[in-house]
Design a protein around this ligand. Structure first.
Ligand SMILES: Cc1cc2nc3c(=O)[nH]c(=O)nc-3n(C[C@H](O)[C@H](O)[C@H](O)COP(=O)(O)OP(=O)(O)OC[C@H]3O[C@@H](n4cnc5c(N)ncnc54)[C@H](O)[C@@H]3O)c2cc1C
Length: 198
């Protein structure tokens, strides 16, 4: 499937009796041989995915979404802010950056309620070793304060010349985007993906 990092698919697993299509972001890069999704078990559907076995068929529709807007401007510095399972689009984006040789700076702020919940920290740490233009900041429960504009300003300096990608709980995205706008960031430079089903 041809897709851009940041996009999502609808998927179902008839072998598990899961005929309803649910949306999940693609967490692999377009160059991967496999299409990967990364799922947080929340309710009936996602908990049942633990029963998946090799060889079961997944039906996939897509790709959908526009959580890549602006990424093609490879000269613009990028700030990625993830809350919990909101890390999934950034896994695709960062793995994709590894295949390029771009000069743009990337800052990733990964917030999770605990170190155990930050399941992709290891993968990102490995990417960080190779991607010299990536600045990675962990905000795992209790270790550091939550990501706020004041926290961002410490490392980013000027905010208004950067692109902000935010994916996490709705309340976090609303608060952050409001604060960013108050600090001179244009609304069009704030791109958000809401996992809440409306
Ligand atoms: C664009 C997008 C991308 C997403 N990407 C990811 C991802 O990469 N990883 C991940 O873990 N989750 C992702 N989600 C969230 C994921 O789709 C839901 O957590 C999951 O569908 C909930 O299913 P459930 O029945 O297990 O949970 P439930 O507890 O039954 O539902 C949890 C929440 O999901 C809502 N929901 C119920 N049915 C559906 C449905 N058919 N489709 C969507 N939501 C529904 C409920 O209203 C409830 O708010 C994404 C959601 C969207 C909209």
């Amino acid at each position: 499937m041809s897709f851009l990092p940041g996009q999502f698919v609808f998927i179902n697993f008839e072998a598990l009796g899961l005929e309803e299509k649910h949306p999940f972001t693609i967490s692999s890069a377009p160059t991967f041989k496999e299409l990967r999704i990364s799922v947080k078990a929340l309710g009936d559907y996602t908990v049942k995915l633990n029963q998946l076995k090799d060889g079961m068929i997944a039906n996939v529709w897509g790709p959908y979404g526009r959580f890549y807007k602006g990424m093609s401007d490879e000269t613009k510095d990028v700030v990625m802010i993830a809350g919990g399972i909101g890390i999934t689009p950034f896994l695709s984006m960062l793995n994709n950056e590894l295949t390029k040789n771009l000069k743009r700076k990337i800052w990733l702020y990964y917030g999770a309620s605990s170190t155990e919940d930050a399941v992709y920290d290891t993968e990102i740490s490995a990417i960080e070793e190779k991607l010299t233009n990536l600045n990675y900041f962990r905000h795992f429960g209790g270790i550091k304060p939550r990501v706020s504009v004041n926290v961002l300003k410490e490392k980013l300096g000027e905010l208004s010349n950067k692109l902000f990608y935010i994916c996490g709980p709705t309340i976090m995205m609303e608060n952050l985007s409001e604060q960013l706008i108050k600090n001179g960031v244009k609304r069009k430079n704030i791109i958000m993906e809401d996992f809440a089903f409306k």
